[in-house]
Design a binder for this molecule. Sequence first.
Ligand code: ATP
Ligand code: MG
Length: 388
Amino acid sequence: MSPNQPLLPGSTLGVLGGGQLGRMFVHQAQAMGYFTAVLDADPDSPAGLVSHHHIQTGYEDPQGLAELARVADAVTTEFENVPAAALAALAAQRPVSPAASAVSVAQDRAREKAHFVACGVPCAPYAVIETAEQLAAVSPDLLPGILKTARMGYDGKGQVRVKTPAELAAAWDSVGQVPCVLEKMLPLQLECSVIVARGADGAMVHLPVQRNLHRDGILAVTEVYEGNLPPALAAQAVAAAKSVAEGLQYVGVLCVEFFVLQDGSLVVNEIAPRPHNSGHYSQNACDVSQFELQVRTMARLPLTQPRQHSPAVMLNLLGDLWFTQGDAAQIPPWTDVLALPGTHLHLYGKRDAKRGRKMGHLNITAATPEAARATALKAAALLGIDAF
Ligand code: ATP
Ligand code: MG
């Protein structure tokens, strides 16, 4: 079969990783009439619990990968740290999107930044630190800065803020002297992100630009409506995201995260080779969600430009909401929240709530940005989420 032949409903779509992103992919694929297969070692993984097939092995298990290639007609990933070798092994047997080559760029902050530079998209000034010599040679202009491990960071993990060369050296020790990048600390005005989807034929579509608020290194709130960003800046972010995707010859859904600096300039932060937390509003506010884009790209179905039909706010629901201030267990006030018009609850089926763990999200849609914000603030107050 030609690799660009559409895989029609009734085929089986496979995903590496069983987290919440995999679960929402599975839900969407099933809604469109596909069978699904999830590879994740955890018997209780959010995606494994709802998939037709759940292969309970690690990403490096050759038998598990062979089984996935046997049951699935095409494979994608929901987790960027899946070993590139696993994707490459699968790609020998099935269409895999995004490709191992693109995922491996997103896995490594040093390669990722080199890619931004190659695409002519500005990123924060940085230095790669892999050796004591490179550490000693760091320009003082990069301080104060953030030391980030080149691999395996997420939700602000693997990051240390440093002000002096001595703090930098101590920070590099504290992360075990693994390869890192040191990024200059930039004066942020705000953060935003763009979801783009690129088909195997090179066609590209995008979702409207998301404005994001992070708290403690974790996404807290996403707001998407006309006026959330100056239009010229939004257009610049979309163009930059598309050139990053084009430069990777990317196939699939890609999220590009940006900083907007206090002087109004746009700087790319990082990419995620999959749907992203900041794109969840699209489930209820757009006529095509980021998960449908993932299904369409991997199944080689046509991509049509999504249309946002409602202004939207997304609140992340972290495990903290399951605890009182005194650390007693509690159930968040769902009935009160769902009594507010335009609230859409998404929970990931995780049994154990832990502080900082992503348990779900609440999408709020309304006829106007003001109404969406007002309802979101009411929901936040009910849930004990700080106002924004
Ligand atoms: P995730 O993968 O969950 O998005 P991460 O662990 O990869 O997070 P980053 O996106 O690199 O982390 O950084 C997390 C947050 O820290 C950013 O969203 C931003 O708020 C802040 N931050 C990161 N780098 C810088 C920088 N160079 N200057 C100022 N703030 C920064
Ligand atoms: Mg980030």
